[in-house]
Design a protein around this ligand. Structure first.
Ligand SMILES: Nc1nc2c(ncn2[C@@H]2O[C@H](COP(=O)(O)OP(=O)(O)OP(=O)(O)O)[C@@H](O)[C@H]2O)c(=O)[nH]1
Ligand SMILES: [Mg+2]
Length: 424
């Protein structure tokens, strides 16, 4: 059989365990990330230690062991479980004769390969440059220094370093400026959404949990535009890097705005989270979060914790949340099923999607109040506002005005007080 697949680079993965109960889970993630970066994991090892060795990350014995093992397995790349210092990376490359990639660089590479839109590309580029800046080192300009020979030329390498730093610094400012321009466009749209009383619901969660599939499921069931508005779904880490915002129109005039965004993983590089601030804004502005969890994954509990940690890091606090246990079709449990404020479902099952929509409706509109109003026929503007921002249950044009029964947001209730009919 002819194998047309290009051969994947073989990688050896390793880490130092500082007595962390989640260490095995982090190594599993590291293996998945390495595969997601188009490499093949051929082996792994770890070292239990009290602390990281400052200059070389591992102790000498471990480095020798890794070099021997990795060479035997023909690994070309050594992938490490933490963010390393530039000195540690350089020393390990010398000692192992392999390319060394730390966890941060690995995640940045994956994001770079996935970025499609201008905003995502700029955000990843910014995070990469910020990662590189402190990693520029005079020794990387050895050639210049050596070529010059002699003492007199010693400054040449350093000035090149300065030059590189300045160039990267300039690139960073330019990208930040461009990002601001892109973000302000988004802000205008988002401000418009914030002005409206339509509730905002945000899908969040671990990467590959099924957020985008859930969004498409809701769109298929409840959006007039249907499949035109569907988002990209794929069985891979970080399929989504942008935020998509769609309007979902449920029965009985219930509408909400739904957003789907980038997924999370443990130890997301801080720079990356910082760069993706604009993308994650929709999550911060939400009235309700749906935390999508892959219920068929044995590491489900750690994944939930990871999502909580990232939400804390980006400053998402106090927003009500539904935990949505997805992929129930891959478990032996009965679904769909509501369990308190949570749901067990499958995003590819229409019945599940309807139950999820019911749960969202209940949660989002729980503090709305059902009011009976009588609006004069001249109050066209108020009527339009109600249709846009409340759930209009019934509407009858009578001689004395328009009789309306509607569920109205707490903030809007005073606005319609004067039209109240006292028959509640
Ligand atoms: N069997 C099964 N597969 C599902 C279900 N939901 C999603 N998937 C699959 O899981 C994979 C990931 O789905 P996505 O919707 O792209 O996941 P995501 O959370 O948006 O992932 P990222 O954007 O990468 O963070 C795809 O192959 C989906 O087809 C489900 O309920 N059952
Ligand atoms: Mg997605």
């Amino acid at each position: 059989m002819i194998d047309n697949q290009p051969k994947k680079t073989k990688a050896y993965i390793a880490g130092v365990n500082l007595n962390d109960p989640n260490f095995d889970y982090y190594m599993t993630e590291l293996a998945n990330l390495t595969e997601a970066d188009n490499m093949e994991v051929v082996g792994q090892s770890y070292q239990n230690a009290e602390s990281i060795v400052a200059g070389t990350y591992f102790g000498v014995g471990k480095i020798n062991e890794i070099r021997t093992m990795a060479q035997g397995l023909k690994a070309k790349v050594l992938v490490l479980n933490d963010e390393l210092t530039p000195v540690q990376i350089r020393n390990l490359e010398k000692l192992t004769k392999m390319r060394v990639i730390d966890r941060t660089e690995l995640i940045l590479e994956i994001f770079a390969s996935r970025a499609r839109t201008k905003q995502a590309k700029l955000q990843v580029q910014l995070a990469r440059l910020q990662y590189e800046l402190p990693r520029l080192h005079p020794s990387e300009n050895n050639l210049d220094q050596q070529r010059g020979g002699g003492f007199a030329n010693r400054g040449a390498g350093e000035s090149k370093l300065e030059m590189n730093r300045r160039t990267i610094g300039k690139q960073i400012s330019a990208i930040k400026k461009e990002l601001k321009a892109v973000a302000s466009q988004e802000e205008i749209k988002s401000a418009r959404r914030n002005q409206s009383r339509i509730p905002k619901v945000a899908l969040v969660g671990y990467t590959n949990a099924g957020k985008s599939t859930t969004m498409n499921g809701l769109l298929k069931e409840f959006s007039k535009e249907g499949s035109d508005k569907e988002v990209f779904v794929k069985n891979m880490l970080f399929a989504t890097l942008d935020t998509s915002v769609r309007r979902i129109d449920l029965k009985d005039n219930f509408s909400f705005i739904l957003s789907d965004t980038v997924g999370f993983i443990s130890k997301l590089p801080h720079n990356l989270v910082e760069s993706f601030k604009a993308t994650l804004q929709e999550t911060k502005d939400a009235d309700l979060l749906i935390n999508v969890v892959d219920a068929s994954d044995p590491n489900m509990v750690q994944m939930i914790r990871t999502t909580q940690n990232v939400l804390d890091e980006i400053g998402v606090k106090g927003i009500p949340m539904i935990t949505a246990y997805n992929k129930a079709d891959k478990t032996d449990r009965n679904y769909p099923q509501i369990e308190g404020s949570d749901i067990l479902y499958s995003a590819i099952d229409p019945k599940s999607i309807k139950l999820l929509a019911d749960l969202i409706t209940k949660r989002v509109f729980s503090n709305y109040e059902k009011l009976n109003l009588n609006l004069p026929l001249s109050a066209g503007k108020e009527l339009a506002y109600l249709h846009e921002n409340a759930q209009v249950l019934s509407e009858n044009y009578e001689e004395d005005g328009v009789h309306i029964e509607a569920n109205i947001a707490p903030d809007d209730q005073s606005r319609f007080e004067k039209y109240l009919v006292n028959n509640r």
